[in-house]
Write a protein that binds this ligand. Structure first.
Ligand code: ADP
Ligand code: ADP
Length: 229
């Protein structure tokens, strides 16, 4: 079933004397539980897309329908609730809080949602139970990214939005992170959307979307996505 639908979405910026369209009348659909990779060169509009879907930014025009509701109509309060409840974010540079341990970074999530978050259990699910009491600076890049994935899934969000999640990692560690995201997606039926300029991620996708200049260039359904495990 369709979970996310962008209908003619534009995000415009005033740039000197002209209008820059970061997204230009973009329409697309994403199914529940789909593993989606969005590819495009720098400046294509990938981050803008992810920010709109995650309720971090608002569209200039168009509808963004998530589970039947148009979040483009939401006010700030509704967007705050939406982000807290529905969305897990994973960034290129992990965004962990440096003076909290891995476990504390994850258990923070119980303040944001009303869920009781068991940091040890979630760290175990990403293979990091042994590192629960370490601070981010004491972990490798791949381990920090696994903590940030653990933190994102602690909320049990309907979707995981990932902005260049492997971008700061060497390619072996990147594959590990991708495989973890793919497993989460398929085991928990979580919708995973990854934006990247790295074409290597494309083979793992159920759906590959190419964007350029704020517009869709190609949508490809992958009948046999590469199982990374
Ligand atoms: P990508 O993530 O694919 O690199 P972005 O979504 O970050 O692309 O940016 C798309 C376009 O919008 C780019 O031309 C960028 O310079 C412009 N842009 C993004 N954010 C802003 C902003 N806050 N103000 C002005 N222009 C912006
Ligand atoms: P990335 O594509 O790595 O996610 P960003 O989305 O932060 O990077 O930025 C993409 C492009 O948008 C860059 O070229 C950046 O200069 C431009 N940009 C981002 N924020 C602004 C802003 N507030 N004003 C103008 N340009 C911006």
């Amino acid at each position: 079933t369709t979970m996310i639908e962008f209908q003619n979405v534009s995000r415009e910026y005033q740039s000197g004397d002209h209008i820059l369209k970061a997204l230009d009348n973009l329409s697309l659909k994403i199914e529940k539980g789909e593993f989606v990779v969005i590819l495009g060169p720098s400046g294509a509009g990938k981050s803008t897309f992810l920010n709109l879907l995650g309720g971090l930014d608002t569209a200039t025009s168009g509808k963004i329908i998530v589970n039947g509701e148009n979040i483009a109509d939401y006010d700030d309060n509704q967007l705050t609730k939406y982000r807290a409840k529905e969305v897990g974010f994973i960034f290129q540079f992990y965004n962990l809080i440096p003076n909290l341990t891995a476990k504390e970074n994850i258990e923070l999530m119980s303040d944001i949602t009303n869920l009781k978050v068991d940091g040890n259990k979630i760290l175990d699910s990403v293979g990091l139970l042994d590192h629960a009491n370490q601070f981010p600076a004491q972990l490798s890049g791949g381990e920090q990214q696994r903590v940030s994935i653990a933190r994102a899934i602690a909320k049990q969000p309907a979707m995981l939005l990932c902005d260049e999640p492997t971008g700061a990692l060497d390619s072996n560690t990147g594959v590990l992170i991708l495989s973890l995201l793919q497993t989460m997606c398929h085991e928990k039926n979580t919708t995973v959307v990854i934006v990247t300029h790295n074409a290597k991620l494309a083979d793992a996708a159920d759906k590959l979307i190419r964007i350029k200049n704020g517009q869709i260039e190609e949508v490809k359904i992958n009948e046999n996505p590469l199982d990374i495990n």
